[in-house]
Write a protein that binds this ligand. Structure first.
Ligand code: ATP
Ligand code: MG
Length: 342
């Protein structure tokens, strides 16, 4: 069995691409093949038309930052960052200036003479980043670089990484299994599952138009209803548990016939007034189970005819939304996304 299979991605110059996927889905393996630490059994790795597949890691001009910072403990920050320059025979007389420049970029200027043990986790991670950038690589690879940091430091470093990416403009491949991180940082996201690529697209496309059910469930909160296209009525899909619903007619045409999954994000489900409403033809009785009030929004978890259903309401909790209550909810045609079942 292969760790990854049939992966094909074109990465644009200057792009920030994120590999996102569950544990064991092949993110690190793919990254290590780009870096040259793993050799693919088939296929090729190219950079600007040049075949890198058989080249050693240090012959690739690719910077790598791992999750465990792997700094040299006995070397100062300055020496740690100078190390890749020495490996690459960078002119000695320009070394100090280059190290200073890159330490300033990552905000570590004042720490040049310290040892790694004297630094916080976030600072150590910046040293690792400086070391990955100092020799002006064509590509920067980062494997869960923020995984060991606490939440607030992590968010701070995300902003920092984006700033550095903007300033340097370097092509970046970033690995994470944190979907929020992927959504906020990336130009495009490559979603991995079981060693295969499920979708490569900009964050909002991955969110609003997932190509597979896996992507729809992995990214964001979702309601997914199994159903079948009703070929006799344009814009009609019959859901297994909930019966017929109206969907966007264009999307209905594109998806063709047969089995289909209907994805409705919880923020698209809304409470409805009793009685017919032509704008809201898809209506259900929802039995409310649990309510999670976040202050700025309310997540309502329940079911409709035995089918799990989630609704998210912006703002305060309406009076009618109570645990144990039965309410009418609905969504508009076009609020859904159709995924043809394979
Ligand atoms: N050196 C190896 N030899 C054989 N199989 C490996 C090796 N390294 C990883 N694998 C397998 O390849 C698959 C992909 O692993 P990989 O480390 O790429 O996943 P990942 O997406 O980076 O996961 P995580 O989020 O846990 O880091 C897994 O099934 C793993 O067990
Ligand atoms: Mg990994």
């Amino acid at each position: 069995m292969n760790a990854v299979d049939d992966i094909s991605i074109d990465i644009a110059k200057g792009e920030f691409l994120t590999f996102l996927g569950p544990s064991g889905s092949g993110k690190t393996t793919t990254l290590m093949m780009i870096a040259g630490f793993e050799e693919p059994s088939a296929g090729a790795i190219e950079l600007e038309g040049e075949d890198l597949t058989r080249r050693k890691p240090y012959e690739r001009n690719i910077g790598v930052v791992f999750q465990n910072y792997a700094l040299f403990p006995h070397m100062t920050v300055e020496r740690n960052v100078a190390f890749p320059l020495r490996m690459r025979r960078f002119p000695r007389n320009r070394e100090a200036a280059r190290v200073r420049e890159i330490l300033d970029l990552v905000g570590l200027g004042p720490f040049a003479g310290k040892h790694p043990r004297e630094l916080s986790g976030g600072q150590q991670q910046r040293v690792a980043l400086a070391r990955g950038l100092v020799f002006n690589p064509d590509v920067l690879l980062l494997d869960e670089p923020l995984g060991a940091l606490d939440k607030s430091l992590r968010e701070q470093m995300q902003v920092e990484l984006k700033r550095i990416h903007r300033e340097v403009g370097i092509t970046t491949v970033y690995v994470t299994h944190d979907q929020t991180e992927a959504m906020t940082m990336s130009d495009r996201i490559a979603v991995f599952s079981h060693g295969k690529l499920e979708q490569v697209a900009p964050p909002l496309e991955v969110y609003h138009r997932p190509r597979t059910r896996f992507v729809g469930e992995f990214i964001g909160d979702s309601n997914i209803f199994a159903g079948a296209v009703d070929e006799s009525q344009p814009g009609c899909v019959t859901l297994e548990a909930l019966g017929p619903v109206r969907v966007d007619v264009e999307a209905w045409r594109r998806v063709g016939k047969g089995a289909v999954d209907v994805l409705v994000r919880p923020e698209r489900v809304q409470p409805a007034a009793p009685g017919a409403d032509p704008a809201l033809p898809n209506r259900l009785v929802m039995e409310i189970g649990v309510i999670v009030n976040y202050g700025d929004r309310v997540l309502v978890i329940g079911s409709a005819r035995g089918q799990r259903l989630r609704m998210r309401i912006a703002g305060a909790q309406p009076d009618a939304i109570r645990e144990g209550a039965k309410i009418i909810v609905g969504w508009r045609p076009g609020d859904e996304h159709l995924i043809a079942r394979e």
